[in-house]
Write a protein that binds this ligand. Structure first.
Ligand SMILES: [Zn+2]
Length: 446
């Protein structure tokens, strides 16, 4: 079992979390996990649990389970993990933490504790403990060492029981300033001037987990919430932002991104952040908003900045509208940073690095790596840094875009106008000793 119980840990009631459907017949629900009820443990549940259901669990203290869940969450928060995976296999339980984008195995308790662990988490997240065949979602608010942490819980039945994934929503992750994201001075200044334009669309692109949300939240913090009406449409709303009106999407009742956006436009907005542009309707309303004097920030799933333009064309937006509405697009990835504690200059260049450099760079100079130490779990990396590719639409590019260029032509034109690519930025950061070429290859060439 991981670390001892953290004394600074406590659960707090989240009034926004409502109990979900309760079992029809709670008396049938106890089973082996009955012992995991929160009634007397050191950690208290979130309060909104149905009292009848609680009494049907015949609560007895089961401190190993309670302590395991508490210490697992405390460990995850303290180690800066973004996700906790609890995975039942045929004969054993696997527990893994995702740290800096990579999963690490952690010591796991015996598989026989699994049902009780799952029940404990379901109780804390106000889920239906008797439902083991359908996926369930919930939230828990915890206090770890005096810090309030929100946890998003997802249960999914797999072959050997329910797999639980806990997303750790640490609000420190979004309270970083733009200047802390790792942009070079030019990119930072240009991006800042783009988002402070009175109107237009600025897109942030990249795959899931590339840090797009953090960039958007940092961008919103640059804006003056006191004099501007800043609104967001998100799915889900994960972090509370001060001075921002946040709208939650509910697709099942027709509250789609597009519907929410249309309503927001009648709310006298200045800046609107749309979590994601997935469809033509949302794209169309976003373009309309930008062309009628609003600043729109959003994300797209594309690999690079020029592709965001062609993606909007593919979605069905006319190229003359894109040319008029879009101000710029920022593509990004997160690379692991070399651990400062064990950083050394590379004496032998790995073959893949040599091949990559020969193909893509004429620069020479020392390169670095982490040799592995306790501080970085022997990985040689600690923390992450963004690499960026910022496309700004000037008159020349706007003109080119109206003529529906191929992606290749658009990329070539952007580079000619001085756009630094993700690869350029990654290589620069490798030569600055912030990351490795291996990491750049891992993240951008797969
Ligand atoms: Zn290290």
């Amino acid at each position: 079992m991981p670390q001892a119980f953290d004394k600074g840990f406590r659960w707090v009631t989240d009034p926004s979390v409502q109990a979900k459907d309760k079992p029809d017949n709670p008396k049938e629900s106890p089973g082996p996990e009955s012992s995991s009820a929160p009634a007397k443990g050191p950690v208290q549940g979130s309060g909104a649990v149905n009292k009848d259901a609680v009494s049907a669990w015949r609560p007895t203290r089961n401190e190993p389970v309670i302590n395991f869940v508490d210490s697992l969450i405390a460990t995850a928060v303290n180690e800066g993990a973004s996700d906790i995976h609890i995975e039942p296999r045929e004969k054993e339980l696997h527990v893994r933490l995702r740290i800096d984008g990579v999963l690490f195995n952690k010591p796991a308790p015996p598989i026989k504790m699994h049902p009780a662990i799952i029940s404990r988490l379901k109780i804390l997240a106000n889920m239906d403990i008797s439902e083991r065949r359908l996926p369930q979602d919930g939230r828990i608010r915890a206090n770890v060492s005096g810090k309030q942490i929100d946890l998003r819980i997802s249960m999914l039945p797999i072959s050997h029981g329910e797999k639980c994934v806990i997303r750790v929503l640490d609000s420190r992750a979004i309270s970083v300033g733009l200047e802390q994201l790792g942009m070079d001075d030019d990119t930072l200044e240009t991006f800042r001037s783009q988002i402070l334009q009175p109107h237009g669309i600025v897109l942030v692109t990249g795959p899931t987990g590339s840090g797009k949300s953090t960039t958007l939240y940092s961008a919103l913090q640059v804006m003056d919430g006191a004099t501007l009406n800043i609104c967001t449409v998100e799915d889900p709303v994960e972090y509370d932002l001060a001075s921002v009106n946040q709208v939650q999407v509910h697709e099942s009742i027709g509250m789609t991104f597009a519907a929410a956006l249309r309503s927001l436009l009648r709310q006298d907005p200045d800046t609107i952040m749309v979590g994601e542009i997935r469809d033509a309707e949302t794209a169309r309303v976003a373009v309309q908003a930008a062309l009628t004097g609003h600043m729109v920030l959003s994300t797209l799933h594309t690999n690079d900045a020029p592709s965001s333009i062609t993606r909007l064309v593919d979605i069905g937006i006319e190229s003359y509208l894109i040319s008029a509405a879009v101000n710029g697009a920022l593509a990004q990835r997160l690379l692991r940073r070399i651990c400062e504690n064990c950083k050394e200059q590379l004496t032998v260049i790995p073959e893949s690095t040599a091949v990559y450099l020969e193909k893509h760079s004429d620069r020479t100079g020392p390169l670095y790596c982490g040799t592995g130490c306790e501080a970085c779990h022997n990985t040689g990396y600690k923390g992450r840094i963004g690499i960026y590719e910022l496309l700004v639409l000037n008159e020349e590019l706007r003109d080119i875009i109206t003529h529906n260029p191929s992606l290749g032509d658009l990329k070539a034109e952007a580079k000619k106008l001085g756009m630094k690519t993700l690869r350029d930025d990654g290589l620069q950061k490798a030569f600055e000793g912030l990351t490795t070429v291996e990491e750049l290859i891992r993240i951008t060439e797969s």
